[in-house]
Design a protein around this ligand. Sequence first.
Ligand SMILES: [Zn+2]
Length: 496
Amino acid sequence: MDLGKQMNAVRRIVSVALGALALLAAVIAVRTATYAPPGGKDSHPVELAARVPIDPARAAQHLSEAVRIQTVSHQNAGDNDWAEWDRLHAWLQTTYPAAHAAMSREVVGGHALVYTWPGSDPSLPAVVLLAHHDVVPVTPGTERDWKHPPFDGVIADGSVWGRGSVDDKGSLVGLFEGVEALAASGFKPRRTVILVSGHDEEAGGSGARAAAELLKSRGVTAEFVLDEGLAIVSDFPLLGRPVAVVGIAEKGYATLRMTAPAKGGHSSAPPPETGVEVLAKALLAVTSHPFPLRFEGAPAEMVRALAPSASTVVRMAVANEWLFRPLLIKQIAATPVGASSLHTTIAPTMLRGSPKENVLPQDATAWINYRIAPGNTTGDVMQRAKTATKGLRVDLAWEGNAYDPSPISSSSSEPYRLIAALASDDGRTPVAPGLVTATTDSRSMVGIAKDIYRFQPIVASLKDFEMIHGTNEHMTLDNLRRTAEFYARLIATAAR
Ligand SMILES: [Zn+2]
């Protein structure tokens, strides 16, 4: 071939390639410009009931009183001071008389509370609202880091301070303020309203399970269930402004106990391989087989829902997922929190060898905590660990109960749209569905309702959320008012 012919062939190839690129760019541009999230257009907006006035000073006083009652869930329930739970129950009864006149009250599973506000139309599915009333302990040695003592319920600087003021007595008090205001105003629900307050959410959630069993035994079905979980993040990473995230699914939870049985004996004459070495190999084998990162389910729905409010780059990536999915995964997984939303996480947390430095272990044990993403099961986790440790002499077993992830609730149902309408501050705040990576009592309610949501109507920054289970937990008076108004209007709308 002469040089001229060669040049012509190259030109043809280049022009075809350029044409393909231009076409690709056009497709990307058009898809970006016309992107709408699935189900994004709200054809008939939710008609909210009128606002119910709440007295914020009274609510703050009540939350302060609730914080002072020390319903602290310890790792070992035998260490709990159950008299404090009884005190809280009695306090609820005297503090909210109209609510208690309107609802029947039952104590189940030891100290869990189930309230029923019967609707005038029993054929309608109920509304079930959850808020647990136990709190986690204050880490010994950190008491002095608190601006105000953790169980004094001090009201200062526009907040109620103390353990449980947000998680979850803030919700409990907000819920009761709302019900009290509605009941006192003469409101009669058409749909039955059920409140469930677990007594041990922070220690396994047996109370919520007992409540769920009771409701199931009565054949109760719910239009929806609402519990704590996610909230309004004031500095949401994707947008850099407030976003209300409503949990539509929750990860599963399991802890794997891995034991390497060994001979033991004097460490001066070790065998070729000690139990600790076998265990170390097995542990690395498990963690070097991570679950693949996937852009799907609740986290993907979240990004898709927010894309129209996000930067052009984000919108372009989401509108052209077929091309940019690997990039989206890489970006989201750049932080541990982001990565945890995209797959089942594997976290070795505890190790045990021999009791003394010159003693060979008779069994070496590791504990691995898993948070199981929707799409995987406890069975998948066990199978993957077994495959990874094939050929290594280790025994695998669950430590305690292992829980599958929740089903995924609808992000277009009537109840979701109601919660979103209330969470959006009259449309000013974008709302998106999300995945709860921790666990809540709501996991017991699978089977009572198809749609289970996890949302606390408070606004806080990512930094602020570190106070939950940490130091200086406090509920701003604005968030408390917001919570009480949210529940009152939610019930007034859903049960009218
Ligand atoms: Zn909680």
